[in-house]
Ligand binder design. Structure first.
Ligand code: SF4
Ligand code: SF4
Length: 199
């Protein structure tokens, strides 16, 4: 089903956020003379099966998932289902996750194969053009809860030398764009969301 008019307007505004993030990452790439990440690194996709994703990001993600071949979709759905099964065994359920602490739910899968992002397929992001905003900015200095956040492998010792990407603001805008549809204001954990989008 195509998104309704309201959904399309929100998606157009979301695209503006993405474009701005793109300009910001290019700015930093120019300043440091290239990409900040080591080649073939995708460590940040390992413990993201429970990262929170807003409804507007989900709408874009859905477009990316629907473009994938059916067998890849099935593979992603299977990975998401395995993460959910493991979460269930330690007491997290689809009903109680809105009240759970983000840190606790991340810790529940940390370091396990079920903690890997379901959309990481063969070491590649299968929804790259439609990935959530945190995936677009991680690796660059960003504002997060009034602090400068950054992957520990990049901008080592130099984070404060560069103007950070205003991640907080972009996340807030995503939440505003999601408001009408969102019953979970902090976003939905990745694996639950992916299962919903592919089921
Ligand atoms: S959506 Fe893509 S970039 Fe983001 S965590 Fe998953 S695989 Fe990695
Ligand atoms: S952000 Fe960090 S963990 Fe992710 S790809 Fe870049 S260097 Fe690797």
């Amino acid at each position: 089903m195509p998104p309704n008019i309201t959904g399309q307007k929100a998606l157009a505004e979301y695209q503006e956020i993405i474009d701005e993030i793109e300009r910001e990452t290019l700015r930093l790439q120019k300043q440091i003379g290239g990409f900040p990440c080591p080649e073939s690194c995708y460590d940040c996709c390992y413990n993201t099966a429970t990262m929170r994703i807003s409804e507007i990001e989900a709408q874009d993600l859905k477009i990316g998932l629907q473009k994938l071949p059916k067998e890849i979709q099935s593979h992603i759905l299977e990975k998401a289902s395995k993460s959910i099964t493991k979460l269930n065994t330690v007491g997290f359920t689809e009903k109680n996750f809105p009240e759970t602490s983000g840190t606790n739910i991340i810790e529940a899968l940390k370091g396990t194969s079920e903690g890997e992002c379901p959309m990481l397929v063969g070491g590649v992001c299968s929804v790259y053009k439609h990935r959530p905003i945190i995936c677009r900015v991680w690796g660059y200095p960003i504002t997060n809860n009034n602090q400068i956040g950054c992957c520990w492998k990049t901008f080592i010792g130099k984070r404060k030398e560069y103007k950070p990407i205003q991640y907080d603001q972009y996340w807030e805008k995503c939440r505003d764009l999601s408001e009408e549809n969102e019953s979970n204001p902090r976003g939905v954990p990745n694996c639950y969301l992916v299962k919903r989008l592919l089921s």
